[in-house]
Design a protein around this ligand. Structure first.
Ligand SMILES: Nc1ncnc2c1ncn2[C@@H]1O[C@H](COP(=O)(O)OP(=O)(O)OP(=O)(O)O)[C@@H](O)[C@H]1O
Length: 291
């Protein structure tokens, strides 16, 4: 479990902003940090990773103190066992994919993990290629593998998918979920994409102006959102049929089934088994008395 209680004065375009975060993150959860630009999302990850110090506060991970400004404890980044993936992949251009991964190993570390990562992130066919010959999605898969080489216990993903188109994004989400489960990671993801958040997260922290304004499961946070919807429900997709440029989703809500039409960009991101929130602003219900 990560326990974090930190404060830092930040300088935003509008003047000083107080980052004030007090929350816990369960071990093994995938938690998304969501919020407007400049709300403080990246700063939280940087403070957790030890790349930036808060003005005051405490961070404990599985009972071990990583930071305590009163006692002067501040564990170095390399002692924190964190894997990081950013939007820009920063791979070494002179090394091929496998060499990039091998280079990330600790001195004397068994190379077995590199082969395992190549297998589960399906990099086998790419392993001898140089980064410049890869697509953005492929580079991001390599960056994900590289972040895991040293077997971190926490994986931090700072909008790793935001530059990718929806199909590639969707595949990357699956790889992230696979490694999250396989390596029993605690994963922190920054994302602006609500369908991505609903699909991937156990918990959402919604940030505004340096403070958590809402936290809970994605359904709790987004059911409550100012969608201004007249009608909304959550359910599980049990069937997806593509017809020309639309998708027909069959959704189970409790014991009932409903069919809903999704457009191409929404439908391509969905899978059978996904839990989704459906809402409609302009809804004209037909009401029949049944009792
Ligand atoms: N080391 C620092 N010292 C002071 N202020 C900082 C520091 N780092 C970032 N800031 C400011 O804190 C604010 C929050 O930045 P941060 O990058 O955490 O936002 P964000 O929510 O990740 O935004 P985005 O979605 O645009 O990436 C910004 O106004 C930024 O200029």
């Amino acid at each position: 479990m990560i326990e974090i209680a930190i404060q830092k004065i930040l300088t935003s375009a509008l003047g000083e902003m107080s980052l004030d975060i007090n929350t816990t993150i369960e071990k093994g959860n995938l938690v998304t940090i969501y919020g407007k630009s400049g709300a403080g999302k990246t700063t939280i990850l940087r403070i957790l990773a030890g790349l930036l110090s808060p003005d005051k506060g405490e961070i404990k991970v599985n009972g071990i103190t990583w930071l305590n400004t009163i006692n002067g404890i501040n564990l170095k980044p390399q002692k924190r066992k964190i894997g990081f993936v950013f939007q820009d992949y920063a791979l070494f251009p002179n090394m091929n994919v496998k060499e990039n991964l091998l280079f990330a190993l600790n001195k004397g570390q068994d190379t077995k993990i590199v082969n395992h990562l190549i297998e589960i992130i399906e990099l086998g066919e790419l392993q001898n290629r140089k980064p410049e010959t890869l697509s953005g999605g492929q580079k991001q898969r390599v960056a994900l593998a590289r972040a895991l080489v040293q077997k971190p216990s926490i994986l931090m993903l700072d909008e790793p998918l935001s530059a990718l188109d929806s199909e590639i994004r969707f595949k990357l989400q699956q790889y992230i979920l696979t490694v999250h489960k396989e390596y029993k990671l605690t994963t922190l993801l920054i994302s602006h994409d609500i369908s991505e958040i609903l699909r991937m997260s156990d918990k959402v922290l919604e940030l505004d102006n340096g403070k958590i304004i809402r936290q809970g499961t994605p359904n709790e946070v987004f059911n409550y959102k100012e969608l201004n919807a007249k009608f909304q429900f959550t359910g599980t997709i049990i069937d997806i049929v593509k017809q020309d440029f639309i998708f027909i989703l069959t959704i189970r809500i409790g014991k009932d089934l409903v069919k809903v039409v999704a457009d191409e960009s929404e439908g391509e991101q969905l899978l059978i088994g996904d839990k989704i929130l459906v809402s409609s602003k302009a809804f004209n219900p037909v009401i029949n008395k049944i009792g």
